[in-house]
Design a protein around this ligand. Structure first.
Ligand code: AMP
Ligand code: GLY
Length: 421
């Protein structure tokens, strides 16, 4: 098969790595890709938000199957347009992608199926939002309704912070994403991510992970897109996973089908777990980044069979072949991230590292310039390893990190601490 992956991050590198290993893959193209992806697949300069351009590309390249990596093209309907043009696509419709694109939509679905989640209010004007904050008290969580690249969430510990957050949301700081605001109860507990595939009907769990959102060791400093992850997440025991499936995920998928917007693709449920009870924090309609990297490391080539079965409505025939292993990824980012950082700095030392089914450096913001590997993004490398234990995976990943020569980059030194404690 000729397979096209849309995206350019560490997530897409790991998807490409897994797909390449599947014997069904004759040709793999990633658009737009990055320097690491270019070493294992063809990369194509393509505006992945432009359905017409993607369709023309697929027709010219005899593409059989498209995997959409990030949420933005899903939210604007690229998967719908590709399907309408006759292509098989892994990824939800724009209507179903509302589960990530609109927090108010997700809260309303949760209410309709009684899924455990934070109590909330949905507001379109600042006055009503301020009154709700005053009534509920703090801590409280204030969220821009739409896609805000993970930046539209403010956890307010005091009334003053909460009111300031409401004003920020309505003054246009988050663009259109802020014209509607969801205000939520602050949930305590431990967060974990649960990944399932869905074909519109059947739900198939494919793994759990935990991310490290803060930039600094000990979970300090500002939030980022994620500084490292590991799988499985021990906090998400089989029993809690079953509760999450029965109380949250399956009812949501059934409600989506009932409303005429069946969900097809990967669903990533962010859960807050306390006293054995999972509650939904949010849904994402794509793989997490860097969570995907650890999931792909553990699933390997079968990941493509599973995605294909989801896209073709055959998930009920599938099962996941689990290895009793652990995977861990350490994100290396450019100094300064998540604020401003330098671009174009040179990275050395990668050539000497092992690349096999237990050790991989997935690239995010990298490019080749005059023969050298240079950093062109905030999050740049995902140093990923597998082991029989999490401790072993961690040791291997940091052993690789220590061989990478990139003075203008940094990483957290404590990825995995929660599970290893
Ligand atoms: P979201 O974009 O909705 O995932 O929110 C980003 C992060 O904010 C989550 O991963 C949580 O760490 C935190 N968060 C969001 N909503 C809540 C909540 N209701 N209670 C506690 N923490 C939350
Ligand atoms: N790592 C968090 C996310 O992908 O949303």
């Amino acid at each position: 098969m000729n397979i096209l992956i849309l995206g350019s991050g560490g997530r897409e590198h790991s998807l490409a790595w897994a797909v390449m290993q599947n014997p069904k893959c004759d040709k793999l193209i990633v658009a737009p890709g990055n320097a690491g992806i270019a070493a294992i697949a063809d990369c194509a300069a393509l505006d992945i938000m432009d359905s017409a351009a993607v369709i023309t590309f697929c027709e010219a390249g005899s593409i059989d199957f498209v995997i959409v990596g990030p949420e933005a093209p899903l939210a604007v309907g690229v998967s719908d347009d590709l399907r309408a043009a006759g292509f098989t696509v892994f990824g939800p419709s724009a209507a179903a992608a509302e589960l990530e694109a609109s927090k108010a939509f997700t809260k309303e679905i949760c209410a309709a199926v009684n899924a455990p989640t934070a109590a909330y209010g949905h507001f379109t004007d600042a006055g009503a939002a301020r009154a709700y904050v005053a009534e509920q008290g703090t801590p409280i969580v204030i969220k821009a309704d739409g896609l805000a690249a993970g930046k539209g969430v403010i956890i307010a510990m005091t009334d003053a912070e909460a009111l300031a957050a409401v004003d920020t949301m309505f003054d246009g700081t988050f663009g259109d994403a802020g014209t509607e605001v969801v205000i939520e109860e602050f949930m305590e507990g431990e967060e974990a991510s649960f990944f399932v595939l869905c074909d519109g009907d059947t739900v198939l769990p494919i793994g759990t992970a935990q991310d490290h959102k803060r930039v600094g060791d000990g979970d300090t400093g500002p939030n980022t897109g994620g500084m490292g992850a590991y799988s499985p997440a021990p906090v998400l025991t089989d029993e809690i996973a079953e509760r999450a499936l029965n109380e949250i995920i399956r009812p949501t998928m059934a409600e989506m089908a009932r409303r005429g917007m069946p969900y097809q693709g990967v669903l990533y449920a962010g859960l807050m777990i306390k006293d054995g009870q999972p509650r939904l924090v949010e849904y994402n309609v794509r793989f997490g980044d860097p969570e995907c990297q650890v999931l792909m490391m553990r699933l390997g080539a079968q990941a493509f069979d599973l995605m294909q079965a989801a896209a073709e409505g055959r998930l009920s025939e599938m099962q996941v072949n689990w290895a009793e292993d652990h995977a861990l990824t350490v994100v290396m980012a450019a100094n300064g991230y998540p604020d401003t950082y330098e671009k174009g700095t040179v990275i050395n030392g990668l050539d000497a590292l092992p690349e096999d089914s237990s050790n991989m450096v997935f690239h995010a913001g990298t490019a080749k310039k005059d023969g050298a590997l240079v950093a062109v993004g905030g999050r740049v490398l995902n140093v990923t390893a597998r082991g029989a234990t999490l401790a072993e995976a961690q040791k291997r990943a940091y052993a690789m990190v220590d061989q990478i020569d990139w003075p203008q980059g940094f990483c957290r030194r404590d990825i995995g601490w929660r599970a290893l404690d």
